[in-house]
Every structure is written in structure tokens, then in C-alpha cells.
Design a protein around this ligand. Sequence first.
Ligand code: ADP
Ligand code: MG
Length: 425
Amino acid sequence: EKVRKLDPVNTRKWFDDLVLAQFDGGLLQIGCPDETKAQYLEDTCQSVFSQAAQSITGHLVGVEFTVADRKPQPQQKSRKVEAGENVKLHPDYTFENFVVGPCNRLAHASCIAVSNSPGNTYNPLFLYGTVGLGKTHLQHALCHEARNREPNTRIRFLSCEQFVNKFISAIEAGNLLDFQTELRSVDILVIDDIQFLREREQSQEEFFHTFNALYNNRKQIVLTADCAPGELPAIEDRLISRFKWGLVCRMDPPSYETRVAIVQKKAHLRGLDIGDDIAEFIADKVKANIRELEGALTIIYATAQTTDEPITLDLARQALGDTVSTVEKNITISDIIGVVTDHFSVRLSDLQSKKRSQSIALPRQICMYLARNMTRHSLEEIGGHLGGRDHTTVLHACNKITELEKNDQNMRNQLAELSKVIKKG
Ligand code: ADP
Ligand code: MG
């Protein structure tokens, strides 16, 4: 509130000399020129900064003000895009930050084994399990570790959609050969959520050849899916049989003890101080998957910030009281896309395409908006489902639809109707 009352020119001066000191483990550290200022900002601006950081990153972010050098640390920059290879590894998705329990022990151990010696242990490594159980996290950790051991490791990490989109644009642009050479010259190829290859015959064909080329050169292939290879619908048999050549590893939902440990770890990473009672309460309420655990923590944190109260068990109860039911319904982006494409009579492939006509752009933006509000997926993940768009595009869409919802009765009705249908399932 105090900040809002200041005039813009003076306010800006106040913030001009702040630098990004560090952004790690969900904790954003902002460097201030001196202690007095750091203290002042800590007292007055923490929640505003934190909310801004959360809305930009789509993640729960804690903010701390520290005294720092004016220059941002060069090391920070290189963390964002690693080694010029276009692999954006999530800095938080490391083995250290991964809680091991009976549900994921085998997956964790096999990822470590593969990262120690890519191409020489389990090839391919195939992880499967329902959404939010840590498949993507482990894949990132594997890549981090492989690169820590051998910095020159050539890694390509793609969501299945990215693979398909790159393939399609390569064909359109007439440089399929570049695409093929690029993918076949890596040491580790990671493709996340391979189930999205279903019904994409040409992409499957292409992936088949990529797979063979890499496999024959003893290069590592790591895949994930939401079900076992044999249960993947509409995927060619020859691919399915290859998926089983190496190690197929199931990931299960975490037990209560593991959930408590994960909540504690996540809170700790964000510099949040929550008692065991609260961690246990969250673990008890949210059982389905780990992303939802984080979501619950975010809700509690946000409630504490807006009400300016410390995080107590009561506050946690109050914060989660009416939200958990929708969280637990486990609405997926695919559910949302299904309902929206039906409603507007458009195709998923249109939403994922580059088309910008209003009849396609609007349903696409509505999907983004609903996914943002009804799931706990990050902006980046939502963009990934809709043609590999980046988080700023998703954020822009959310803002635009929010604006329309405010001002346009017709849009309000449509959104209400869509949400109702989505919730019904
Ligand atoms: P999936 O790819 O299986 O859908 P993700 O890897 O995206 O799941 O995991 C969802 C969230 O849960 C991520 O923020 C991830 O860090 C977290 N997570 C999953 N498993 C664990 C774990 N064992 N320890 C810590 N965090 C986890
Ligand atoms: Mg995933």
C-alpha cells in the first residue's frame, strides 16, 4: 500500500539501483546498495515483489533483500541458458532437491546411473507415471548431473510437442536434414511426455529413425510417458517394442511420509518456515500428486502474504478449506483444451499452430487463461501444451482474458459455462 501512494518518478529512483543477486530454489534475492535500504524494502515491499515474481514465473517465489554488489553475478546469466545448446534446465530440478521414497526410488536410482554413464547403462530409460510425480524433475536432474560430470555433454531436452513442432517446421522450411543432424549428434536426447506422439504418424516415423541412429551409436535416450509403453494408445508397435529395450520404470504416488518430506523440502527451498504440523496437514489433505502439494503450499503462502499473518495451522486450514476439492479433482490441460475446442469448433492442431486469426487466437488464449486458473501448471508448461509458446505469451493471454472477463458480459458467461463443463469432467 505504501508503495502505491508514492509518485512514480521518485519510486523509480528507489528501485533503479536494485540488482538481481540470486534466484535459486524459488528464493529471489534482490541486492540493495546498503543495509538500511535492504531492511526498509524487506519491511515494506516484500509481498509486492513476491507477488510480481510469482505472476511472472508462475511459481511460488520467496523474496529477500540483501546487501549486494551493483553488478549482477555473471554466473547467474549462464544458468538460464546452459552452454549455448538451447537446453533450458530448471535450476531447481536437481537430485539434491528431489525427495526419495519407495514410490520413486528405482526411477531416481536409474536416473543417477544413467547420468553417470550416458549410453552405457539403461538405454533407453523410460519413466512413466501419472502427472505430477516427478518425471520431468528427474529428467532435468539427470541432465544437470551428466553435465556436471562432463561439461561438454551434448544434451537435447525436448517436450514431445517441441519435437513434433520442430519436425513440422523443419519440413515446412525445407531443412529436415538440419533437424535430423542436430538431433542425431547429441549424447543425450530427452523427450518428455512421449504419449503426445499418438496419432502423429509422420512424427513417429521420424522419431523411429532418430531413435535408431542414436541407439546404434550408443547415445542415451531418456523418455517419459503417462503410462507404460504397452498401454500407449495409437503408437506404432515398433516404437513400443524399442521403448522396452532398456529399463522401464514406474513412478507411483508418494506415501504420506514422502509427502511430508516433500512439503518440508519445498518450503525450505523457498525460505519459508513452516512447522511439522502444517507440513503434515498439507500432506494429509493433498494426496494425488506432488505438483498439487506445491500448489497447496503456494495458496497458504499467498494467503499469509495478503492477510499479513504468520503461517499457522489455522491459517493453513482456512487457506486450503475450499480449494482442495477442485485441486483434487485433478483437472488437466487436456480436459480444458477438449472442452474449449468443442465449444469453439476448432482443432487442437489449430491452437498449437502459429495461426493468429481471432477465431483461433481467442480460444487459444481462453485455454491458457483457464489452465492458469484451474490447474497448477506453470505458465511455461501451459505454453508447452499450446504449441510451445513461452511464458510471456501465456501471461499476456491471461491478462487479456481477465480484462475481457471484467468488461464483457458475453465473455463472462462463456467462461462460466466453460468452467462448469470442465469441472463436470
Ligand atoms: P511430472 O513430470 O511427473 O508430471 P514434475 O516433474 O513436473 O512431474 O513434478 C511436479 C512438481 O513436483 C515439480 O515441481 C517437482 O519439483 C515436484 N516433485 C515431484 N517429485 C518430487 C520429489 N520426489 N521431491 C521433490 N519434488 C518433487
Ligand atoms: Mg512432466
